[in-house]
Design a protein around this ligand. Sequence first.
Ligand SMILES: [Zn+2]
Length: 73
Amino acid sequence: MSSSSPAPAAPVAARVVRCPACGGAARYAVENPYRPFCSARCKGVDFVAWADEHYRVAAAPDLGEDADEPPVR
Ligand SMILES: [Zn+2]
């Protein structure tokens, strides 16, 4: 089955994308477990930001007895 091949310009193994954290070149390959980030550091930074926002949203509407911290807003 090889009738209409997309014929990629670049090999898939060497696919490079832009790191969303630092904007640098990141290898989007199986050998890069931090994809689409370029390194574990960039992935960690993004994860921290996401986790912080997620935690804030999840803990915001809860004003029960577990309100150990003052409301952000
Ligand atoms: Zn990066």
